[in-house]
Design a protein around this ligand. Structure first.
Ligand code: SF4
Length: 271
């Protein structure tokens, strides 16, 4: 595979590889950040661990060169990880060199690769093609109505719940790896659980992961927000979460109304 990116922009100061960090979903996870320079996303979720997204965009381009990724990967603690996760400073599918990056990581580490995505670009056949070498794709779905999407995820113009759901269905039709839905619940979207069950039945993912914010919301952008699970040395705001009994009710309802395996953060070590 030809590396599209310019090796000249290799930087030793900021790394596009971080961790490994402990993930309640997958164990020891090495993070890959193909955005790096600032928080960059087509969503601006009210609970984002990165804080208010600095660059709100749906533009695909090369933000971090594949050469820089290779440089950073060689210097990382990749051997300690169970899995390599594309996540980092925003939405990984915005990286135009995503396929090249996944290929590099798989070839170098021989470990499973997961991509966490907000699913806003999955209507694009090029994005589906880029994800083919990933072992797992985890798609965010926090809302079951257009109003809920605007409230929870605050997407850039042009993104609708309908486009997200059809994008995930597009992925399901053209991808043979594991697809999970990650659903964040807060008091704000609790009223949408029943409608969420209908969407889950429409999509039929391999698994649903129920989550609630466990990390405080940073009031300013810091690179280490992408992997920092402990106390933060900068101002943060505590977020409202669902209680364990509410989480049990959500899980029970989704189990009753769908046939998809449901995994809840309340049954695991919190991250
Ligand atoms: S999709 Fe992820 S990175 Fe983007 S704003 Fe939401 S939580 Fe943050």
């Amino acid at each position: 595979m030809t590396i599209q990116s310019d090796i000249a922009d290799v930087s030793a100061e900021k790394s596009s590889v971080y961790g490994p960090v402990h993930s309640w979903r997958v164990g020891s996870s090495l993070g890959i950040d193909m955005l790096l320079e600032t928080s960059t996303c087509s969503f601006n979720c009210i609970y984002c661990q990165l804080g208010d997204i600095q660059l709100k965009t749906a533009e695909r381009k090369i933000y971090v060169s594949t050469a820089q990724l290779e440089h950073d990967l060689r210097r990382s603690r990749w051997e300690e990880a169970d899995i390599i996760t594309f996540s980092g400073s925003g939405e990984p599918t915005l990286a135009l060199n995503l396929a090249e990056a996944i290929h590099l990581v798989k070839e170098y580490t021989h470990k499973p690769v997961m991509v966490l995505t907000n699913a806003t670009l999955l209507h694009d056949p090029a994005v589906i093609q880029d994800l083919q070498e990933a072992d797992m794709v985890s798609c965010k779905l926090d809302a079951a109505t257009e109003a809920g999407l605007k409230q929870m995820n605050r997407p850039v113009a042009g993104v609708s719940l309908a486009s997200i759901v059809s994008g995930i269905q597009n992925l399901k039709a053209h991808y043979t790896g594991k697809i999970s839905l990650q659903c964040m619940f807060m008091p704000t979207n609790l009223r949408e659980v029943e409608q969420m069950a209908e969407l889950i039945n429409d999509i039929q993912p391999d698994e649903v992961q129920l989550n609630t914010p466990k990390r405080a919301y940073p009031l300013e952008w810091h690179l280490d927000s992408r992997g920092n699970h402990g106390d933060k040395p900068y101002p943060t705001r505590t977020l409202r979460t669902v209680s364990p009994p509410e989480a049990e009710d959500i899980e029970a309802l989704l189990k009753a109304k769908t046939s998809v395996p449901i995994l809840s953060i309340y049954k695991k070590e919190p991250c």
